[in-house]
Write a protein that binds this ligand. Structure first.
Ligand code: G6P
Length: 369
């Protein structure tokens, strides 16, 4: 087992550090950078259906559902197709409206999650085209899909999903960009620029991983907190949800992820000097807004840990801790901004003596209801 962990103390840490490679693996044979080309053989037969779709529904659970939320923003932005993201468990039991020709994406690391599988079967029976985004080749979900794109992140052993998440984001971004180009809803110049940024993501993830020592120190300060709040806006909102989920899963600290502006409708009541608030505040179109949200938290004496873009000179003067990550196009930011949050949950869990790779009550793959 020590050999399988490749010198890391836990599988989760190994998998966090593997991400530059797993994202590159995900590009292989698909992102032809010098030709500005995306080749997605896995969904060749249904690419026209995708271009002409009136609606996309995404079904998933857990971390995969968070990847779906990011995809919603990306597909709507680039492809101008309305997207709904559904918890598979809710979707399957609520008589959803599905029309012939609707595209349903099922996202799943394991490809065996019972609720996701059942949601796909239901969608299929109503005439939808079901496309899978799976990590495990030959899994049930990949077999039930009409077509699909594998994430190729390699085996993920740690129960808390890390590299599968960034691989899902990579695949979904590629699908959205390709669809937008074929559909004509993205200017070619912009498409090319984002493709270059996408190609640079592994190097940026590498740099984000260098925050490890700093994150570990912050983990030491807050490891005994009883609650955490995670805030983000726009593309970083799902990242906030995912950061909170990671902390809950492996450190057993109660954590809530929230859209930063929605905080004033509830969570703000929880903020006092005991409450660590992780704010994902990288430079993007909602930057000014999130700066105001940070001020709201500080006015109530919350402790703010801010994830910011390299070179940010404003936020460090306002908050308790800043963690800098490299900048990129805002649609790609979740792949980078999620890294310090994975590390934070990891270090806190280790410091609390938790079983990081096999947290209590959780399973890697939930094959029963
Ligand atoms: C379980 C795992 C999570 C995962 C979720 C969905 O809860 O512990 O890490 O995100 O299932 O799994 P899937 O394999 O469908 O992505």
């Amino acid at each position: 087992e020590a050999i399988e962990k490749g010198g890391f103390e836990h599988f989760m840490l190994k998998e966090i550090f593997e991400q530059p490679k797993s994202i590159r693996d995900c590009f292989r044979g698909r992102l032809i950078a010098n030709e500005s080309k995306l080749v997605l053989g896995g969904i060749r037969d249904y690419s026209n259906a995708l271009i002409n779709a009136e609606r996309i529904v995404i079904v998933a659970c857990g971390t995969s559902w968070h990847a779906g939320l990011v995809a919603e923003y990306i597909f709507e932005e680039f492809c101008r197709i309305p997207v709904e993201v559904e918890y598979a468990s809710e979707f399957r039991y609520r008589n959803p409206v599905i029309r012939e020709g609707d595209i349903v994406f099922a996202i799943s690391q394991s490809g065996e999650t019972a609720d996701t599988l059942a949601a796909m079967e239901l969608a299929k029976s109503k005439g939808a085209i079901v496309l899978g985004v799976c990590n495990v080749v030959g899994s049930s979900i990949s077999r039930v899909s009409h077509e699909g794109v594998y994430t190729h992140a390699g085996p993920e052993i740690g129960v808390a999903s890390t590299k599968a998440f960034t691989a899902q984001l990579t695949v979904l971004t590629m699908i959205a960009l390709k669809t937008a180009l074929l559909k004509g809803t993205i200017a070619e110049q912009r498409y090319r620029e984002i493709l270059v940024d996408l190609e640079n993501i592994p190097a940026k993830v590498e740099r984000a991983l260098k925050t490890d020592d700093q994150v570990k120190k912050i983990a030491g300060i807050y490891k005994d907190a009883r609650n955490f709040l995670y805030l983000g806006r726009g593309y970083n909102f799902p990242v906030a949800l995912e950061g909170a989920l990671k902390l809950k899963e492996i450190s057993y600290i109660h954590a809530e992820g929230y859209p930063a502006a929605e905080m004033k409708h509830g969570p703000i009541a929880l903020i006092d000097e005991e409450m660590p608030v992780v704010v994902i505040a990288t430079r993007d179109s909602s930057y000014d807004k999130i700066v105001s949200n940070i001020q709201e938290v500080k006015a109530r004496k919350g402790k703010v840990i801010a994830i910011v873009s390299e070179g940010d000179s404003l936020i460090p003067g306002m908050v308790d801790h800043t963690i800098e990550v490299p900048g990129t196009h805002e649609v790609l930011m979740p792949m980078v901004s999620t890294i310090p949050l994975q590390l934070l949950s990891y270090h806190i869990a280790v410091m609390r003596g938790c079983n990081v790779d096999q947290p209590r009550n959780l399973a890697k793959s939930v094959t029963v209801e």
